[in-house]
Design a protein around this ligand. Structure first.
Ligand code: MCA
Ligand code: AMP
Length: 501
């Protein structure tokens, strides 16, 4: 299975990528990505290098990633809104040999300091013949390194081999009856698994196409699905907004109703949103469950009876088990016995980059510990009921570690103590809440405002990691050992509020 994108090598004239009014067929993609892959190969002799990709939601990012994959060089997609502290970490940790970016992209310090290769995409004529494409490396060769948050410390680089990508995309072909005729519509960012691997590499591997909206709006989704979109991928926040608008907007409801498949993932889609969408459109959204480290594990199948409220059954080739607190596999399919989901299969990552300790800790024998808690029903469907770590927050479908935000807040001179929690939020699933004890010691300036702390986190880490609410306290509740008791965190006075509280 060495070849990741057969349609590229076949020179298929079928549409492949569309961003706004710019589009490439598979054949045209081969014409532009082939020479870029060759150039990447020349600049990274030996093949063990990594390259950063400035992952804006554009044609250039998609072409850059495809070229890196053809060249057999591991690509590290970088959030174009990344803050200083997080970027410094990712660049130091992954040590990219160069950065790929669109010609007009302005890169921040640590990336600007790297050799740069511009991805200039001029759409070639359909008749332009593609040159030969480089031979692709073996299945275990690292394809992508995607950074993901843990409970504490900076994000870890998840090394994803080509084997995991090919396996997960082929398993989804089976579960969703995904074909070359499908036109996928989405507006997900291209620096995570969902938007990049499923949302761009998925259609390319199938020989089908993707229409990326650039930016999410319910209007843009309606427009593309009403045209020729057949599948929609989104995070629950997007489906929540679609559900609310579809109730008021018959054209949107009709567009959603005509799609072949509506798929939600990255976090749980609440039943109320499932019900709203079904009431407005007569259609069901199916959920699939995955993780950066495991790619996709389970899905409700396109041909399955209704399994709303579950994340479906294991994908072909993936083994899933539930393990209780004593470390014993739970055999029951009673829909009630809760266990941690552990996974084994060709969909798994290789390792955390430079973190053998974290890699070893993540496995129980050959099984990867997901930290997600679930039950299994008699039909074999898994229903996720919670998470082991309360210090992991899922907001808008992004995984965010409380510890990394606490560390960023503590680096602000006006902050003496900081704790971060996740609170239920209708739109985002969970919202980030910061609990702050301002610095009052000698020489301390005036206490920082909620807005100042919010901006500080957005600047240091990324805007989606910013607290949405900030509470100021005189002390954090702690136990005898000095450990912060997060369950006891309650606003002391009326909340000081956050910018969007
Ligand atoms: C606001 N903004 C700020 C600040 N406040 N910028 C700087 N400093 C501030 N203080 C800006 C934001 O950058 C953004 O800019 C705008 O204000 C709104 O931000 P936000 O509220 O965060 O965005 P939103 O409109 O609410 O976005 C909702 C969303 C987004 C579109 C659903 O959360 C999203 O794209 N989520 C997808 C996450 C995802 O792909 N997860 C997959 C990982 P502007 O307006 O200019 O944009 S999970 C995964 O891959 C696994 C494998 C899986 O299972 O899928
Ligand atoms: P990430 O590390 O960003 O890839 O996020 C992976 C996590 O997202 C998983 O461990 C789950 O907690 C969560 N997740 C993904 N898909 C679903 C889903 N369909 N339902 C509930 N949680 C999900």
């Amino acid at each position: 299975m060495n070849v990741l994108f057969p349609a590229l090598r076949d020179g298929s004239p079928a549409p492949a990528l569309r961003f706004g009014d710019r589009a490439l067929s598979h054949r045209q993609l081969a014409v532009v990505a082939g020479p870029l892959a060759e150039r990447i190969g020349e600049l990274t002799p030996g093949g063990r290098a990594r390259i950063a990709v400035w992952a804006t939601p554009t044609l250039e990012t998609s072409v850059g990633v495809v070229a890196a994959l053809l060249a057999g060089v591991a690509a590290v997609p970088v959030n174009p809104r990344i803050g200083e502290r997080e970027l410094a970490h990712i660049v130091a940790d992954s040590a990219p040999a160069l950065v790929l970016a669109a010609p007009d992209a302005e890169l921040p310090g640590p990336l600007a300091a790297l050799p740069r290769l511009d991805v200039a995409v001029t759409v070639p004529g359909e008749e332009t013949p593609p040159g030969p494409l480089p031979a692709e490396p073996g299945d275990e060769s690292p394809a992508l390194i995607v950074y993901t948050s843990g409970t504490t410390g900076p994000p870890k680089g998840v090394v994803l081999p080509r084997r995991a990508i090919a396996h997960t995309l082929d398993a989804l072909e089976d579960a969703w009856q995904w074909t070359a005729d499908d036109v996928l519509v989405h507006a997900l960012p291209l620096f995570h698994v969902h938007g990049l691997i499923l949302g761009v590499l998925g259609p390319l591997r199938r020989g089908g196409s993707v229409h990326h909206l650039g930016r999410f709006s319910t209007e843009a989704v309606a427009r593309e699905l009403a045209a020729d979109g057949t599948m929609l991928f989104g995070v629950p926040t997007m489906y929540h907004r679609l559900a609310l608008d579809a109730g008021e907007d018959p054209a949107l409801a009709k567009a959603l109703a005509r799609a072949r498949l509506l798929v939600s993932g990255s976090a749980a889609l609440p039943l109320t949103d499932h019900e709203r969408l079904t009431a407005a459109t007569g259609r069901r959204v199916i959920e699939r469950y995955g993780m950066t480290e495991t790619l996709m594990n389970t899905s409700v199948r396109a041909d399955a009876p209704d399994a709303t409220g579950t994340v479906g059954v294991p994908l072909p080739g993936v083994y899933v088990r539930l393990v209780d607190d004593a470390g014993q596999a739970v055999e029951a399919g009673d829909g009630e016995t809760v266990g941690e989901i552990q996974v084994r299969g060709p969909n798994l990552f290789t390792e955390y980059l430079n973190r053998p300790d974290a890699t070893a800790a993540a496995f129980d024998g050959g099984w990867f510990r997901t930290g997600d808690m679930a039950v299994r029903d008699a039909a074999g469907n898994y229903r996720i009921v919670g998470r082991k770590a309360t210090d992991l927050i899922k907001s808008g479908g992004y995984k965010i570690g409380a510890g990394e935000i606490e560390n960023a807040l503590l680096a602000h001179p006006g902050v003496a103590e900081a704790a971060v929690t996740g609170e239920r939020d209708e739109d985002l699933g969970e919202r980030i809440v910061a609990w702050i004890v301002p610095e009052t010691g000698p020489g301390a300036g005036p206490a920082p405002s909620a807005q100042e702390l919010t901006d500080h986190v957005a600047r240091q880490l990324a805007p989606h990691k910013r607290p949405r609410t900030v509470h100021f306290l005189t002390a954090l509740p702690r136990n005898d050992m000095g450990k912060i008791l997060k369950r006891e965190l309650r606003p002391a006075a009326p909340p000081a509020g956050g910018p969007d509280a």
